[in-house]
Design a protein around this ligand. Structure first.
Ligand SMILES: *[C@@H]1O[C@H](CO)[C@@H](O)[C@H](O)[C@H]1NC(C)=O
Ligand SMILES: *[C@@H]1O[C@H](CO)[C@@H](O)[C@H](O)[C@H]1NC(C)=O
Ligand SMILES: *[C@@H]1O[C@H](CO)[C@@H](O)[C@H](O)[C@H]1NC(C)=O
Ligand SMILES: *[C@@H]1O[C@H](CO)[C@@H](O)[C@H](O)[C@H]1NC(C)=O
Length: 388
């Protein structure tokens, strides 16, 4: 049979369709919120779970799956030894919500609704659901930790859950300034911790500052235990322009740790304001982070090419660099290379439109109570573009 013209055209167009999403995803890897301004509108975005094959089969130390059943034992801690690392840990995230939907016309609101499981969400309800899923995962995998939500005093956030504290910090939380404000809020928060420590020294409380679209799937207490000398920890990937992700920053809760971490973040803030204030799509904080780290004379950026934790002094702070593959793992969208999920993954980051998958994953976990199986779901679905 001869290949018709139509088919020939199709065969030529097909590779383009496959590779376009990957091409865009390189630019949006670090983008945690809007993807709407990218020319991806032609890509179909799904309003329901779409499962594909599980990547990484055949690779050692990668999770193998049969359907959504995990075939390997992952290294996940069981709740019987969650408290083995002693010191307390608090997760800190910046989150604001404004009840603007109250002014939105009903028909407009209806067209923006999305449904996950049996629940329909407006835009605002969607972000609240993400925040709640973020808290849910932490309370399962690290039940003894606290969660602090830094918010705009003008935000309409109300949250009454055990172990969760809402902490208003004055600032400018508008969308285009949010990443700048986030560093400011982190610094302001660390200042209050220093004051508190000087008045009431006592048990050490470490801090992990994160985006709220992450699922903590294993206990993170090991970081402070296994690497006893760092002040601040960052996650890195092998990416030339944006090796550091700002979505995960750990701070040792000693006076020294908090003070030096605060100084480091102040330096990042200065660089952000002086060099990257115009950086598009809110990437300024990551560019500033990378600039501060790389500008240190003894720093060897080649260390980012190997997914292995390392320590390095930058300024007066001892920094711990943790591989994103374990501490900030994101399933790649599109058709890029993908070798599955490491068996020892601890944090899954549902960047961009994967946020639907975060809610689906929580629903799946609620009924299966099995994090390994849930990781199979994420693995098989993480490359899909969703409607969130
Ligand atoms: C999770 O499920 C897998 C099989 O899908 C099983 O091997 C494992 O023991 C389960 N884990 C827990 C904690 O139940
Ligand atoms: C994970 O499971 C697969 C399939 O059963 C197996 O081939 C692989 O060796 C296992 N990996 C590890 C590290 O146990
Ligand atoms: C959704 O609703 C159906 C029918 O009412 C019910 O069987 C199912 O358990 C519900 N699922 C969830 C996730 O609540
Ligand atoms: C705003 O919305 C949140 C979340 O839906 C709700 O809990 C809160 O009561 C609302 N606040 C006001 C002032 O309406």
């Amino acid at each position: 049979m001869r290949v018709s013209n139509g088919w020939r055209r199709f065969l030529i167009v097909l590779p383009l369709i496959c590779f376009l999403p990957y091409f865009y995803s390189v630019r949006e890897l670090h983008q945690s919120t809007t993807i709407g301004d990218l020319p991806t509108k032609k890509t179909k975005k799904f309003d329901h779970l779409v499962l594909g094959p599980a990547a990484g089969q055949g690779f050692p130390n990668r999770l193998h799956c049969q359907g959504s059943k995990a075939l390997n034992k992952t290294h996940l801690s069981t709740s019987s030894h969650v408290s083995r690392f002693g010191d307390k840990i608090a997760f800190v995230t910046v989150f604001t919500i404004y009840n603007s939907s109250l002014n939105v016309r009903t028909d407009e609101k209806a067209s923006n609704m999305v449904t996950v499981g049996n629940v329909s969400y407006s835009k605002e309800e969607r972000s609240m659901a993400i925040l709640n899923a973020f808290i849910n995962f932490i309370q399962v995998t690290m039940p003894q930790s606290n969660i602090v939500i830094l918010t705009d005093p003008a935000s309409d956030l109300s949250m009454s859950r055990n172990g969760v504290t809402v902490y208003p910090i004055q600032g400018e939380y508008s969308r285009d300034k949010l990443m700048l404000q986030r560093i400011r809020s982190y610094i302001a928060f660390l200042e209050t911790r220093l004051q508190e420590l000087s008045q009431r020294p006592g048990q050490t409380n470490h801090y992990i500052f994160t985006d709220s679209d992450i699922a903590v799937v294993d206990n993170l207490g090991n970081i402070f235990h296994d690497f006893p000398n760092f002040h601040l920890a960052l996650t890195f990937r092998n990416n030339k322009d944006q090796p550091l992700n700002s979505g995960f920053i750990a701070v040792r809760g000693t006076v020294d740790g908090i003070l030096r971490a605060k100084n480091f973040l102040q330096k990042v803030l200065e660089v952000y304001k002086s060099k990257y204030i115009k950086a598009s799509r809110m990437l300024g904080d990551q560019l500033a982070l990378a600039w501060v780290v790389k500008s240190h004379p003894s720093f060897d950026a080649r260390r980012f090419s190997k997914a292995q934790a390392f320590l390095e002094d930058v300024g007066d702070a001892s920094l711990l660099f943790l591989p994103c593959a374990i501490y900030n793992w994101t399933p790649p969208e599109g058709a890029g290379q993908f070798h599955g999920v490491p068996l020892d993954v601890k944090v899954v980051h549902f960047k961009g439109s994967r946020k639907r998958l975060m809610l689906e994953s929580w629903n799946f976990f609620s009924s299966s109570s099995n994090i390994s199986d849930m990781l199979c779901l994420v693995l098989r679905s993480g490359r899909t573009k969703y409607d969130f």
